[in-house]
Design a binder for this molecule. Structure first.
Ligand code: PEP
Ligand code: MN
Length: 263
């Protein structure tokens, strides 16, 4: 169903008034984790001022170590909703358990399925049974074919509002956290009709190359870019090393906009 052979026209995913895949790329930004009301509010105010309309923030965090911050859970989704309503923003947050999929719709506008859950088939089926846009991340070591089949799980249950996001894959290269597979963008655009985005933060894990990587993604045909922003990355409870502070985010955004690839 997600194949271009089955449907010629691009799928356009609506996040409120924001249309993803309609030819005007979007920028999604926000903290790795929702940590507090004040933290999210500070980011939201900066995003609003910068003309960004979709904010991300993790409430259920899939962490490598069980001793690391696991996220605020439903409380985090409530914070996102409260702040988003105040600033008129749309929100994206990861859901990790099938039983939370329906409930999530009360608080957030887009459900993210994280890289570690790309082949959590029960979660994909639950995501396919609701009428909420899904942002599906490529698995840590997933082939493009496996990624496309994961999307098929969602769409085949009836939920056609699916966006794909490349977030880097595991290779031998150590200079970046993961290897950003830029070629996945045109391949996914050719082989499927779904919007394709690129997460520059998790793919590179390096603040210093985010702008060129975002430009490369957009030049390759991506429908959007996602980046992490935190008011004070040094004290962030997750991904402290790779989140931009607000000033760095504004510089990043200016640089990407100057390329003419993002309005
Ligand atoms: C995230 O975007 O918050 C995240 C955990 O990313 P990934 O699933 O791509 O590792
Ligand atoms: Mn992160």
């Amino acid at each position: 169903l997600v194949s271009r052979k089955n449907q010629q026209e691009d799928t356009v995913v609506s996040i409120g008034n924001v249309k993803v895949g309609a030819g005007k790329p979007i920028m999604i930004a926000g903290p790795c984790s929702v940590e507090s009301y004040e933290q999210v509010r500070e980011v939201a105010a900066a995003l609003k001022a910068a003309g960004i309309t979709v904010m991300r923030g993790g409430a259920f965090k899939p962490r490598t170590s069980p001793y690391d911050f696991q996220g605020l859970g439903i409380e985090g989704l409530k914070i996102l909703k409260e702040v988003a309503d105040e600033f008129g923003l749309k929100t994206i947050s990861e859901i990790v358990h099938p039983s939370h999929i329906e409930l999530a719709g009360e608080y957030i506008d887009v459900i993210q399925i994280g890289a570690r859950n790309m082949q959590n088939f029960e979660l994909l089926k639950a995501a396919g049974d609701v009428n909420i846009p899904i942002l599906l991340k490529r698995g840590l070591s997933a082939t493009i074919d496996e990624f496309v089949h994961a999307a098929e799980y969602v769409v085949s249950r009836g939920n056609k509002q699916v966006m794909l996001i490349e977030r880097g894959i595991r290779t031998y290269e150590k200079a970046t956290r993961n290897t950003l597979d830029i070629s996945a963008v045109p391949i996914l655009k050719q082989e499927t009709h779904l919007p394709v985005l690129v997460d520059v933060t998790h793919s590179t894990g390096r603040k210093d190359i985010l702008a060129p990587c975002a430009k490369a993604a957009l030049a390759a045909g991506a429908d959007g870019v996602m980046v992490e922003v935190h008011p004070n990355p040094a004290v962030a409870l997750s991904d402290s090393a790779q989140q931009l502070n607000i000033e760095q985010f504004n510089q990043f955004l200016t640089s990407v906009r100057q390329s003419g690839l993002l309005k």
